[in-house]
Design a protein around this ligand. Structure first.
Ligand code: IMP
Ligand code: ZN
Length: 349
């Protein structure tokens, strides 16, 4: 039975809407990247390196400590060549896991070998190249880190708008992520308004830590989707008002079960807020967040969701079908929808 559910979850066409590139690098991808950095002094520290990168269920690091692990991946993706390789291998991983549509997100950054412009161009070109041999459709969401200065916020927003205009078939959105204890949402509002006016969709990491005022401000902004949405229900660090607002607006929530459990944002799977969202009929999309850091996959997240909340294969398939409604690439929605409906009919779900 467990095996059957396992293979069902892999075969189910899935939609991934919350995946950070540098958190999604598999062990194999990191090994391949390390070959490009053989002379950087990291070559002999393979085990320590991987142990630090991966945040398991019993990890003693606090949520804010977990943000340091990304610098490990960043050292491996600091040139256009390694960034392109990381992107290529990560897209292949998602397709191999049965993902039919991916919205990859990443934070453009300057490195000694690359500007933010070459960072974003490299990812766009790699997505274009990969689309020639992959069946999975990939789109890009540009990320802004909460620790950014005002000039960085403007710079990245302008880049996102410029590349959205030049590559509307690749760039679809802008999102805010990074350590939720740092920075203030209000700082980002002018840039987000500008991006939205230009046509970009917006996703916000929302309610990762208890901060009802910020959650309320974010919900009132009416983003197209929110990530995590943990501290919104009053049982989880939200208030009656924040929960009522989410129920009223029904903003789709990108739910990342293993990420929340491994960072102890949720004590265990059973008490995860998914059940409140699902019962309140708030749209939920099962996502991985950082499949490399949390040693997971999208099919594994679907399986965990089914096992924890007693969802039948039919309900799982409908979760994936519903997710198609909330993708940012409007032009591919119907095609994905039909693909899911075919799967549901073929398997008599
Ligand atoms: P990158 O944007 O491709 O470099 O992916 C890594 C970045 O994603 C991190 O530096 C964080 O800013 C962001 N990130 C990854 N996971 C989370 C999360 O759970 N909450 C908030 N931000 C995250
Ligand atoms: Zn995230």
């Amino acid at each position: 039975m467990a095996l059957a559910l396992d293979s069902f979850c892999r075969e189910l066409p899935k939609v991934e809407l919350h995946a950070h590139l540098n958190g999604s690098l598999s062990r194999d991808t990191m090994l391949q990247l390390k070959r490009f950095h053989a002379d950087s002094g990291l070559a002999d520290q393979t085990n320590a390196f991987f142990d630090e990168f991966q945040v398991g269920a019993g990890d003693t690091r606090k949520l804010s400590d977990c943000f340091q692990v990304f610098s490990i991946a960043h050292t491996l993706t600091s040139t256009p060549e390694t960034l392109a390789l990381a992107t290529t291998l990560t897209l292949q991983d998602f397709q191999d896991d049965g993902c039919c549509y991916l919205e990859l997100r990443s934070t453009p950054r300057d490195t000694p070998h690359m500007t933010k412009v070459s960072y974003i161009e490299t990812i766009i070109q790699t997505i274009q190249k990969s689309s020639r041999h992959l069946t999975m459709i990939t789109r890009l969401i540009v990320s802004i880190n909460r620790n950014s200065t005002c000039s960085e916020i403007d710079e990245i927003t302008n880049l996102a708008i410029q590349y959205y205009k030049n590559y509307p078939d690749i760039v679809v959105g802008l999102e805010i992520s990074g350590d939720p204890t740092v920075g203030s949402f209000q700082t980002f509002v002018p840039a987000l308004n500008k991006a939205r006016a230009a046509g970009l969709k917006i996703s916000l990491h929302c309610g990762e830590v208890c901060n009802p005022q910020e959650v309320m401000d974010m919900l009132k902004f009416k983003p197209d989707r929110i990530g995590h949405g943990i501290c919104i229900h009053p049982n989880y660090g939200g208030t009656d008002e924040t929960w009522a607002k989410l129920c009223e607006l029904k903003i789709p929530v990108e739910v990342c079960l293993t990420s929340n459990v491994n960072t102890k944002s949720s004590p265990d799977y059973d008490s995860h807020h998914f059940k409140h969202l699902y019962e309140a009929e708030i749209p939920v999309i099962i996502c991985t967040d950082d499949k490399g850091v949390f040693s997971t996959s999208l099919s594994q997240e679907y399986r965990i969701c089914a096992e924890t909340f007693n969802l039948t294969p039919s309900k799982l398939a409908r979760l994936s079908l519903n997710a198609c409604q909330y993708i940012f690439a409007d032009d591919t929605r119907k095609m994905l929808n039909d693909k899911l409906l075919n799967f549901i009919n073929k398997n008599a779900l």
